[in-house]
Ligand binder design. Structure first.
Ligand SMILES: *[C@@H]1O[C@H](CO)[C@@H](O)[C@H](O)[C@H]1NC(C)=O
Ligand SMILES: *[C@@H]1O[C@H](CO)[C@@H](O)[C@H](O)[C@H]1NC(C)=O
Ligand SMILES: *[C@@H]1O[C@H](CO)[C@@H](O)[C@H](O)[C@H]1NC(C)=O
Ligand SMILES: *[C@@H]1O[C@H](CO)[C@@H](O)[C@H](O)[C@H]1NC(C)=O
Ligand SMILES: *[C@@H]1O[C@H](CO)[C@@H](O)[C@H](O)[C@H]1NC(C)=O
Length: 396
């Protein structure tokens, strides 16, 4: 269970290598239609492109500010654009091919001129239409539409592995043949910016419906969301009064509302923080403060390379996708609440028991009740005062 997503990643790596090999062989044998990765494996000769089936990829800006979403494609038929301006309340309807893999993120505070865009966060080498990924920190929506061994499942996740800049949600738009999937099992949101918390049942957004109550991170307050980012990882840390000499409890210094946060890896680039080199091992690479806090504020997002629970969502093929920046409500807590049920969703075998659990408020509450808390600022202050008193005693 613990390393399920990992082995799956490795398997999809292998699948990728195998398909590259097969594609190469097909190309060598002069088959004109050798690009359809999944079809190649299955021995079907015609590739699947957007013309066969265009998968909707909708990007929606629910933030109060203009955003410049960026998209990077790794496989399959790419969307119509990889970067564009998107005003508040606006959506962009794109389509991708059935085997597309890639990521979507939000760029902020861009200065745009022609085909260039210089952005404070998420910048992609100064281009409006991104060619590669964006700069950290950026909250990511990651997709592998035809993932897994057989290419018959879609893998997707929200990732904070490169840091966090904006609240983000992924909304699944089921196809007719996947409408049996309960919406509260597939629509994760990550909200870790103060001011975006609201009572989900009162917002106009329907990431689920009354029949299937969404499990949420139950405890976080706006106050906690304003200072979860470890002080040194803030991209725009506020000035500390008194040249930063005196105030220890960082928690009492007013931070900016827009407070993008680098992951430890994105900040230090050290193997220990990035789980690379000899730390490329789940037993050696442990979550640091950033990853622990990220997992608390966004339980359904990847917090570091060896996240200790499965952070990948898997659904059978079919349907389309919407990436929503600044969804309103609370962070979801789907993975921890429905870990067993999600195995059923992944295999497309939804039993009556799964449906009953997905509709059962007591079941959901029994799983989300004991949510971990961020360190309490008050407690830090008490420790600080005791330490100061002790120091004065020693000096005195
Ligand atoms: C974009 O897609 C949504 C949902 O499928 C649809 O309601 C809307 O009309 C589309 N907008 C445009 C401009 O095509
Ligand atoms: C930068 O962008 C963020 C997010 O869109 C916004 O909250 C903030 O006000 C912007 N800052 C400036 C100086 O425009
Ligand atoms: C809730 O969503 C499910 C799955 O999409 C659907 O079958 C059901 O009819 C919906 N219930 C309501 C009350 O809208
Ligand atoms: C739904 O339909 C699509 C397109 O026809 C197909 O590729 C997919 O396998 C189907 N999914 C399920 C769960 O039947
Ligand atoms: C709902 O969940 C509770 C707690 O897990 C369980 O005791 C109860 O039997 C469930 N009800 C249904 C109808 O499945």
């Amino acid at each position: 269970m613990r390393r399920r997503s990992l082995s799956q990643n490795r398997r999809s790596d292998l699948t990728m290598k195998a398909t590259v090999l097969i594609t190469a062989l097909l190309l060598l044998s002069n088959l004109p239609e050798a690009t359809g990765v999944v079809q190649a494996i299955k021995g079907i000769t015609r590739p699947l492109t957007k013309r066969d089936r265009a998968i909707p990829l909708i990007v929606t800006n629910n933030c109060p500010n203009v955003l410049w979403p960026g998209i990077a494609s790794q496989a399959g038929d790419a969307p119509e654009t990889h970067g564009f301006e998107l005003g508040p309340g606006k959506s962009m309807n794109l389509t991708v091919g059935p085997t597309w893999a890639g990521r979507v993120w939000g760029r902020t505070n861009c200065t745009v001129g022609g085909d260039t865009a210089t952005c404070q966060t998420g910048d992609c080498l100064g281009k409006l239409n991104c060619v590669f990924g964006g700069a950290a920190p950026a909250t990511l929506a990651e997709f592998n539409l035809a993932g897994g061994m057989t290419g018959e499942q879609t893998f997707y996740d929200i990732s904070l592995v490169d840091g966090y800049n904006l609240p983000l949600g992924i909304v699944y738009h089921p196809a007719e043949n996947t409408s049996f999937i309960p919406p509260n099992l597939v629509n994760p949101t990550c909200i870790a910016t103060a001011g975006f918390l609201s009572n989900p049942s009162q917002t106009g957004f329907t990431y689920t419906n009354d029949t299937f109550p969404m499990p949420y991170q139950p405890t976080l307050t706006n106050r906690e969301l304003s200072d979860w980012c470890p002080w040194d990882l803030q991209v725009f840390p506020p000035d500390k009064p008194g040249d930063g000499v005196y105030p220890y409890p960082d928690d009492n210094i007013q931070r900016p509302v827009f407070d993008p946060c680098l992951s430890a890896c994105a900040s230090s680039h050290k193997p220990k923080d990035c789980c690379t080199g000899k730390f490329n091992d789940p037993d050696l690479c442990k979550p640091g403060l950033y990853s622990k806090y990220a997992k608390i504020v966004c339980p359904d997002a990847y917090s570091y390379a060896f996240d200790d629970q499965d952070s990948t969502f898997i659904v059978p093929l079919g349907g389309g996708w919407e990436v929503v920046f600044c969804p309103e409500g609370r962070s979801t807590n789907i993975l921890a609440t429905f870990s067993n049920e999600l195995h059923g969703v992944a295999s497309g075998a939804i039993t009556p028991e799964i449906l009953l659990n997905a509709m059962n408020v007591s079941f959901i509450e029994s799983k989300t009740g004991a949510a971990p808390r961020l360190g309490s600022p008050r407690w830090n202050i008490v420790v600080f005062c005791i330490a100061m008193a002790y120091a004065m005693l020693l000096l005195g």
